[in-house]
Design a protein around this ligand. Structure first.
Ligand SMILES: Cc1cc2nc3c(=O)[nH]c(=O)nc-3n(C[C@H](O)[C@H](O)[C@H](O)COP(=O)(O)OP(=O)(O)OC[C@H]3O[C@@H](n4cnc5c(N)ncnc54)[C@H](O)[C@@H]3O)c2cc1C
Length: 417
């Protein structure tokens, strides 16, 4: 390990503020598990891995800054007696244009009920009713009003903060993966507050850095979704897959001076119509997202303007069932109970990513990936609504045996310089 006072130049550092460091570096760290990212995938992995060793979670902004926190609709899981795994699997394959990996679809969908039970145990208070969303042939979305992601993120943060085997470092950004003899052995990180860089060595490194939305002009994703994990993994030759399968969401606020605020899919599940300026419907709103986006694109090319119409619903129902969307639209001078809401498609989700198996193993020993950064094959060419939080939690609920074995066969001393 280098001394605390060393100064460094970091090759390929992406942040110009930290590329030349003249201040004392933070102390280098060695740990069992290094988790990069504090969304659903990273935090849930940290909880399960804490049974096997010390876990350090680093995150480039505040711990809660994530796409997870922004999720509105909920989590898809078979919990209704009129529903079945066969039906959820079929809906996932149809939405994914059968480009999915069947073994991943079966594995993850069958974990749905256990995922909901796990989150309830962590304190997430799901509403009693199950909602329906586009592409689902049954009511199977567990939700907390229309702000489900925040409830999940809050519960995970609370559990991780209470856990004696986990440490969280906020404002700590992974810049580069260190590879030695073909394996990933650590990273260069920047402490964004102390303005210095340092090394973190780990027996197992977990990329849970979320999506790539900010690479697009128009996206629903938060500022942190810059694809860092995928970029870093690619630089060391990690295999990626399905990077061309990008999902656009059809119902995103489209008005001058407003952010690309998402209008949850659950609105359509509960009867929202998609209309043009003549109030004409032109598509079945319960079809998968890509089909709806294509129909909207055709209308837009013909010069039409597109709107989401929820005005036929009772105002009292709308305010109670969709308080988050209602209040946010009010900020931008739109009333969901009275106004047609102008919408257009925007980038929403990366179906591909770092190629992993169901244990989260990448093509590089020592490097694992989960959540939106990873490509398990669940989504195929187009993700079925509310299947991504399911994937993030299902794949991180237990630490795979493969990682536990890897951890015990790779003592950290072996990996240090
Ligand atoms: C508006 C919106 C609504 C959605 N609604 C739903 C829904 O209802 N149901 C559903 O299933 N899915 C939904 N999704 C998708 C879902 O929220 C995400 O796919 C999922 O939350 C991804 O979780 P994650 O843990 O992989 O990544 P994230 O939650 O995005 O977390 C990524 C983490 O990595 C950190 N990070 C990134 N780069 C670095 C770096 N270089 N160094 C350190 N830390 C880094 C970030 O700061 C963050 O903490 C929605 C997405 C959006 C944007």
């Amino acid at each position: 390990m280098k001394s605390e006072s060393s100064s460094r130049k970091v090759a390929n550092a992406t942040d110009s503020r930290t590329s030349t460091i003249s201040r004392p570096a933070r102390r280098d760290t060695a740990i069992d598990f290094l988790v990069i990212g504090s969304g659903a995938a990273g935090l849930n992995f940290a909880l399960s891995a804490s049974k096997y060793g010390k876990v350090l979670v680093i995150t480039k902004k505040k711990i809660s800054d994530s796409a997870t926190e922004k999720a509105q609709g909920g989590i898809a899981a078979v919990l209704n007696k009129n529903d079945s795994f066969t039906s959820h699997i079929k809906d996932t394959l149809v939405a994914g244009h059968y480009k999915n990996k069947k073994s991943a679809v079966e594995y993850i969908i069958k974990k749905g009920p256990a995922v909901i039970a796990h989150l309830k145990k962590l304190g997430v208070k799901f509403d009693k009713d199950l909602r329906r969303e586009g592409g689902h042939s049954a009511r199977r979305i567990s939700h907390v009003a229309d702000n489900t992601g925040k409830a999940i993120e809050d519960a995970l943060i609370k559990a991780v903060k209470k856990n004696p085997n986990t440490e969280i470092r906020e404002y700590t950004k992974a810049l580069k993966i260190i590879k030695k003899n073909g394996s990933a052995i650590g990273i260069i990180a920047s402490d964004e507050q102390k303005n210095c860089t340092y090394e973190i060595r780990a027996k197992a490194m977990i990329l849970a850095t979320g999506g790539i939305g900010q690479k697009f002009k128009s996206t629903t994703n938060p500022e942190i979704s810059t694809g860092d994990g995928i970029d870093m993994a690619k630089k060391i030759g990690t295999r990626l897959a399905d990077m061309n399968y990008i999902q656009f969401h059809p119902t995103v606020l489209n008005a001058p001076g407003t952010p690309k605020f998402l209008l949850t899919e659950a609105l359509r599940g509960e009867g929202a119509k998609i209309v043009n300026e003549k109030k004409e419907r032109f598509i079945n709103e319960l079809l998968p997202r890509d089909t709806i986006c294509k129909a909207m694109e055709k209308q837009i090319k013909q010069g039409h303007k597109i709107f989401l119409d929820f005005t036929h619903k009772k105002a009292s129902y709308t305010k109670k069932a969709f308080p988050y969307v209602y209040k946010n639209l009010k900020k931008y001078d739109f009333d969901l109970t009275k106004d047609l809401i102008p919408i257009a498609p925007a980038q929403h989700y990366l179906c591909g990513g770092i190629a992993v198996d169901l244990q989260g193993r990448t093509s590089i020993p020592g490097l694992y990936a989960y959540g939106e950064t990873a490509r398990t094959g669940l989504h195929g060419a187009n993700r079925l609504a509310s299947n991504s939080l399911l994937e993030a939690i299902a794949t991180t609920m237990e630490t795979p045996n493969g990682i536990v074995r890897y951890l015990s066969s790779n003592p950290l001393e072996f990996r240090t310089k």
